[in-house]
Design a protein around this ligand. Structure first.
Ligand SMILES: Nc1ncnc2c1ncn2[C@@H]1O[C@H](COP(=O)(O)OP(=O)(O)OP(=O)(O)O)[C@@H](O)[C@H]1O
Length: 289
């Protein structure tokens, strides 16, 4: 049995013993080694910084210190991969609440960790959002937003924003930029919880402006312009007009906003005029089938 086999076996045993909700793998591990009923996710692997390992060191002690530092850095990045992947999958409802087991394999080290996701900033932000809109609606919007962020539409990056809740106030503080494609359609065909309706939402994400969604998950408008005063919004200065306006409408109304950045594929969550969490779509894990 080689090291990877032993670590995989140990991860499965640990996950079974603690009744983990999933195993998240960071590192290059053969998927076929996992023979278990638990969901197994493979975190995306950001490129590691190998520059320091190229610096020649004469002394043995210095070399040892360098190796330890490198292991610590690798482990920290890998643990972050596990945390990010686990919190995103839990946020969109793919894995249940509870502990996850992380299996971390870098070039030189391997470890099995138990990770409690509940303290993650993304999940904390979601709890706050749930004071305004039900978790299933937030999850459905987040899923669509992440799909738009990672795939765009026909290969081109797409930016958009979803304003959810406090429908009347949000409609009053906005106007159509183009004809509203959702006007006149039955609610059933506009409900975000229905899978069939999600493709058309992705199509309409190509339109300029934002989507307006009721707290029940019914899309009321696309191609809408937010008439807000965004002067005092203190969010990241690098963000564009749509992000700033989406943040501002959550300060002026009892709504929440989920945005997709065209320039970076980042999904952000706003409430009370502030950015509560952001998700890099590259951090999403791939589930073993
Ligand atoms: N208040 C607003 N309401 C709705 N749409 C807006 C508003 N302000 C700008 N937009 C639209 O958003 C589109 C993108 O604008 P911009 O690049 O400034 O912002 P962004 O979407 O925040 O940035 P990113 O490039 O990261 O997606 C523009 O085509 C613009 O018409």
């Amino acid at each position: 049995m080689d090291t990877a086999d032993i670590l995989v076996k140990s991860a499965i045993e640990t996950a079974t013993q603690i009744k983990a909700t999933a195993i998240i793998v960071s590192g290059d591990v053969d998927r076929n080694l996992f023979d278990c009923d638990l969901p197994v996710y493979f975190a995306a692997n950001p490129s590691r910084n190998a520059v320091e390992s190229l610096i020649p060191l004469d002394e043995e002690e210095g070399r040892l210190k360098q190796i330890v530092n490198q292991i610590q850095r690798d482990a920290a990045v890998s643990i972050e991969d596990v945390e990010n992947a686990a919190s995103i999958e839990q946020a969109i409802g793919n894995i249940k609440k509870g502990n996850v087991v992380g299996l971390i394999i870098t070039d030189d080290s391997g470890a099995v960790i138990i990770h409690n996701i509940s303290g993650n900033p993304l999940l904390k932000a979601l709890e706050k959002f749930e004071q305004r809109v039900s978790p299933e609606i937030i999850r459905a919007v987040l899923k669509i937003a992440l799909e738009i962020a990672s795939m765009g539409r026909e290969g081109s990056p797409v930016g958009t924003a979803f304003i959810i809740g406090d429908l009347e106030e949000v409609m009053q503080r906005s106007h159509q930029m183009i004809l509203n494609p959702y006007s006149g359609h039955p609610e059933d065909e506009r409900n975000i919880l229905k899978k069939n309706n999600r493709e058309s939402i992705k199509e309409f994400a190509l339109l300029d402006g934002v989507f307006i969604i009721s707290k029940e998950g019914v899309v009321h408008a696309a191609g809408r312009y937010l008439d807000v005063d965004a002067k005092d919004i203190g969010i990241n200065k690098g963000l564009g007009g749509r992000h700033v306006s989406a943040a501002a409408i959550t300060r002026d109304t009892v709504s929440v906003a989920i945005t997709v950045s065209e320039s970076g594929g980042t999904v952000r969550m706003f409430m009370d005029g502030k950015e509560m969490a952001s998700i890099e779509c590259n951090d999403r894990a791939i589930r073993k089938h």
